[in-house]
Write a protein that binds this ligand. Structure first.
Ligand SMILES: [Zn+2]
Length: 229
């Protein structure tokens, strides 16, 4: 156990026992890398960075989702008050729990690696982004993991002495990261093709670059920042 134990709690969920310790630790500052990135959260790739890396959502997200749907259908068929219904309800709860654990595990691994490699992070404010997207897209497991991912990234970043900042998502996917012009595209258009400056780029990388620029300009910016109009 690392740090000073402050509290200990024992809980039971779905017939399983859990022990949680809350410990107090000193922030562990990581060495500077001189690099910062913009991060675009998406459905095609779970996330895309402004330097062109993409992280896919693990395949098991989907299969767990199917398992949950199956358990939910089974539950709805069981007679109210019956023992079989009680069992079916437990299976639904377990499927939910499994999904939560998988998301957490995935988010911890990816954020860990990012915090090691970058000094600063810019991401979109999901409260605004969510409203724009969910009108067209049904909620998926990776979608639901966005918020979890960013809150873990924020706390890990701050604990390591890194910067984390959220920006408004408005226009980040439509704006050209090369010339700043607006290039309208639907959600299904995967490539950003700018008729003004000729830039050709994956749409999510283009968005991630815009997010990074916007973040930099808001914080007063590094020397290379180009403020957006
Ligand atoms: Zn352009």
């Amino acid at each position: 156990m690392e740090g000073k134990v402050k509290t200990l709690s024992i809980t039971r969920r779905n017939n399983r026992w859990y022990v949680s310790f809350v410990v107090e630790t000193e922030p562990k500052l990581l060495p500077k890398t001189g690099k910062e990135i913009g991060i675009d959260m998406g459905l095609q790739a779970f996330l895309t960075t402004s330097d062109g890396q993409q992280v896919e959502a693990p395949k098991y997200f989907r299969s767990s989702e199917r398992q949950l749907a199956k358990a939910q259908r089974r539950l709805s068929r069981r007679k109210k008050g019956s023992n079989r219904r009680k069992k079916a309800r437990l299976l639904v709860a377990k499927a939910h729990e499994r999904i939560t654990n998988q998301r957490l595990d995935f988010c911890h691994k990816v954020t860990c690696s990012l915090v090691q490699r970058y000094d600063g992070f810019f991401a979109e404010n999901l409260n605004i982004k969510g409203m724009v997207r969910h009108r067209y897209l049904s909620k998926s497991v990776s979608d639901a993991a966005w918020g979890m991912f960013l809150s873990i990234l924020k706390s890990k970043a701050e604990n390591a002495g890194r910067r984390y900042r959220e920006v408004s998502p408005n226009g980040t996917s439509q704006r050209c990261s090369g010339c700043g012009e607006t290039v309208k595209k639907s959600l299904s258009t995967r490539i950003h093709r700018c008729p003004f400056c000729g830039l050709l780029l994956d749409r999510d990388i283009n968005a991630a670059i815009n997010i990074q620029r916007l973040g930099r300009s808001l914080q007063g910016g590094a020397a290379t920042a180009t403020p957006l109009n």
